[in-house]
Every structure is written in C-alpha cells, then in structure tokens.
Design a protein around this ligand. Structure first.
Ligand SMILES: [Zn+2]
Length: 185
C-alpha cells in the first residue's frame, strides 16, 4: 500500500487498485487508514469532541454518479456543459480522479451535519482536526491558499491518510502532498 499515492486531475486511480476495506462508523476506509481514523476519533472523544465520518471509500461508479448529478444540476441552472464541468471540478473530482476511490481519504464533520460546509473549519471538531490529525497520519489535503497547487478549493473537512512520519513533516512544513512528493521523494 503506497500511502503517498498522488491522485489528482492528471493522475488517475490505477485500474487494478483494490484497497482492503474496513468499516469505520458507517463508512469504509483502507485498513491502515481505518485503524488510525478510529484512534483519531477516539482521541477527540476523550476531549469531549465528537467527530462524525461523512464519506470514505467511494467506488468509481459512485464517484461517476456524483459527478454526473452535479453537472446536471448546474446545467439545469442554465450553465453550458463546459461551464458546468468547470464549476463541478472546483470541488468534486471526476471519476477515477478522486482520493476517495483509494480508501485513504475521509470527509469529517460535526455530529449534526449531513453535508460538507466551509464553516466546519471554525467548529471545535474542525479546529481539533486541524491541530491533531497529523498525529494519526492524516493531513488536511486541500488547504486554503494552495488551490493553485492542489487544483482543489479549500476543503476543511477532507483529510487524507499518508501515514507517519510523512504527516508530521507536511504539517510542520506546511507542504501539500504535491510539494512533499516533489521535495522529498
Ligand atoms: Zn473528500
């Protein structure tokens, strides 16, 4: 399992990629990501902070259905197909290009939430994750002001398992996964 695998608009999930999936509170994650995610949620809980996993592994078929649904929605709002694709790809990866298809990414939120929102960053759950996720091998994958590097807008809810010590180095240096791979590999 290459926990540093780079999936973005250019790099697709390999066709033969088949993660070993383990359930985590209603979602599925790759085995090592699942183990560390459970440890992370338990650690937050001991501080009285309940964090809810909202989305984990997605099959490519499911990613495709999300992609087509959002494009259809934007087109029904009057956008052209090209405009709808451009808008959708700002916050959703096209099929075979989402980290969620690796089982290494998890979207997290408050117990009340049912959708990803930017205000998550200011909640105690969002702040706790931002400060502590690296201790469990996770990084905030799409930080503010790094959109020109990651290609994805700021997502305070999306955490990616890269494992330690990579997560500690990235957290302390402020490097994205793209930059880390460029400088350290
Ligand atoms: Zn996500």
């Amino acid at each position: 399992m290459d926990t540093l695998i780079l999936i973005d608009a250019v790099n697709a999930v390999p066709k033969d990629y088949l993660p070993e999936l383990v359930p985590v509170e209603g979602i599925f994650l790759e085995r090592s990501a699942a183990r560390e995610c459970l440890r992370m949620l338990a650690a937050a809980e001991t501080e009285g902070i309940t964090i809810k996993p909202m989305s984990g592994y997605r099959s490519s078929d499911y990613q495709n259905s999300l992609w087509e649904r959002d494009i259809a929605e934007h087109m029904s709002d009057g956008l052209s197909y090209d405009e709808a694709v451009r808008l959708t790809s700002r916050y959703l990866a096209k099929p075979f290009h989402s980290e969620h298809e690796t089982g290494l990414a998890v979207d997290l939120c408050t117990p009340e939430c049912d959708d990803a929102v930017l205000t998550f960053a200011g909640t105690e759950q969002g702040r706790w994750l931002s400060a502590n996720a690296h201790r469990f091998g996770f990084i905030l994958r799409y930080p503010r002001m790094k959109e020109h590097i990651t290609g994805i807008a700021y997502e305070p809810w999306h955490y990616r398992y890269v494992g330690s010590p990579h997560s500690d180095i990235m957290k302390n240096s402020g490097l994205t996964l793209e930059e880390y791979l460029y400088y350290y590999k």
